[in-house]
Design a protein around this ligand. Structure first.
Ligand code: UD1
Length: 431
């Protein structure tokens, strides 16, 4: 299993190109199941989750092709992926594949929309709370599917096709909204989704679905309307930049000090995050090229944050921000409202000498003047990158074990940080 070795203490200086968003790329790939024509996705990140989803989709009968290198391409340039689901040959998504990535459960919606049936294993993914799928199933039932659960599988049927419906989500859910959208686009009649998630990745999926012939209005707001169409075609779509990767490197620059240009980053995707990073003492400047983060001299100020659905402060930056607060000049409170049990990084951050105590859903972080390098263990995707951030600022050497968590969601992490002056290397164990 690979490890990452980091020698801390260097400021980050340079340019980091921001990749396409993982959380947009995955539902966009899944949407290819809705159409027999080719969906071409540009600016796709090279990530373990993308490769795993490709395997899952090929199992259903999706053909794919990846464009080769083009003149001027950099190792960090996004890939272009062509996905064609001419014939769906299998409507079962097996446990062995779905248990490795929660988002792959979302194939249930396009499979039932196009084929009238789907058998999908209950999901796995990052171990951050119980993460049920009741609201996804509620949305499909509203659209006329019958749902049975047998032997760890959800069996959904709608032989006569799905029907438009009113879907009211009792809480904001990204997975529920993606499922409702993909279920509604070819349902007969009109669908209204209330209390929809407003995440930019939802709007990106809707933009792509409209490009292939869907009729969706209001995506990006809490009320989405869909007029069902009888079939969908192909299109080209460019994946939007990853706001969580943007926020992660912005926090890393605020943590180490220095001056970093986050190329292609878009501020409107992360305003709440940028505001908090600015309050913590970094200078944030938006330019045509992207977002520039500087912090020179002055220390880090404590800031209280609470995670919220978009446009609030994202739960996917909670761990990274906690790493920053471990070196703040004072005490901060970080409250997690989206997922229970999303504090597994607390024990690992403490290994660097951080002072953090938990009171129910709130972490109280007392800043210390220095962290010391340590061996630590990655526990989930975002938690593991918080350890990288702490290690970049810690005195001496750190080793982060189980980096496969990082590879799920961060493209070329060592290269991107290394190019800005960090001492970071991957150590691969033989076998
Ligand atoms: C997505 C993101 C993840 C991010 C999260 C919140 C992807 C691939 N993943 O996850 O990175 O952290 O949004 O921004 O895009 N819930 C239920 N019942 C359900 C569905 C959800 O109770 O049927 C609960 C969850 O347990 C959680 C909350 O709703 O407490 C939010 O979950 P949701 O927004 O659905 O997150 P994901 O789509 O899984």
């Amino acid at each position: 299993m690979d490890r990452i070795r980091i020698v801390g203490g260097n400021e980050l200086r340079g340019t980091i190109p921001i990749s396409g968003a993982k959380n947009a790329a995955l539902p966009l790939m899944i949407a290819s199941l809705l159409t027999p024509d080719t969906l071409t996705l540009e600016n796709m990140p090279r990530l373990a989750d993308v490769r795993l989803l490709m395997r899952i989709l090929t199992n259903h009968g999706v053909d794919y092709a990846i464009d080769g290198k083009r003149p001027g391409d950099m190792p960090t340039s996004g890939q272009t992926l062509h996905l064609t689901a001419r014939n769906i040959v299998d409507t079962t998504a097996p446990y062995e594949l779905v248990s490795r990535m929660r988002a792959s459960f979302w194939v249930i919606a396009p499979l039932i929309a196009r084929m009238g049936e789907a058998k999908v294993s209950l999901p796995g993914g990052c171990a951050i709370g119980t993460r049920p799928v009741d609201l996804l199933l509620m949305a499909l039932e509203k659209l006329g599917a019958s749902i049975d659960i047998e032997g760890g599988y959800v069996i959904a049927r709608a032989k006569g096709g799905l029907r438009g419906a009113e879907i009211n989500f009792p809480m904001v859910t990204v997975s529920g909204t993606h499922t409702a959208l993909m279920g509604a686009v070819m349902a007969k009649g009109h669908t209204l989704i209330r209390n929809a998630a407003r995440e930019p990745e939802i709007a990106d999926l809707a933009k792509c679905l409209n490009a292939i012939g869907a009729k969706i209005k209001g995506a990006g707001t809490s009320e989405i309307e869909v007029e069902g169409v009888s079939g969908l075609s192909g299109a080209r779509h460019e994946v939007l930049p990853d706001r969580i990767e943007t926020g992660t490197y912005a926090i890393a620059a605020a943590m180490t000090g220095g001056d970093v240009m986050l190329e292609k980053a878009r501020p409107e995707l992360l305003q709440a995050g940028l505001d908090v990073i600015e309050k913590a003492g970094a200078k944030v400047t938006v330019t045509n090229e992207g977002i520039r983060i500087q912090r020179n001299g002055a220390g880090i100020s404590p800031v209280d944050v609470e995670t919220e659905p978009f446009p609030g402060f994202p739960t996917d930056l909670q761990a990274q921000f906690m790493a920053l607060m471990t070196m703040a000049k004072g005490t901060s409170r970080i409250t997690e409202t989206i997922f229970e049990n999303r504090f597994m990084h607390v024990a690992e951050l403490s290994r660097f000498g951080a002072h953090i105590r938990l009171e129910e859903d709130t972490a109280i972080v007392e800043g210390v003047s220095k962290l010391k390098g340590a061996p630590v263990m990655a526990t989930d995707l975002r938690a593991s990158v918080s350890l990288v951030i702490a290690a970049l600022a810690a005195e001496g050497e750190s080793t982060i074990h189980r980096v496969y968590h990082l590879d799920r969601g961060f493209e070329q992490l060592e290269q991107k940080l290394g190019a800005c002056g960090a001492i970071v290397e991957r150590i691969s164990d033989p076998g």
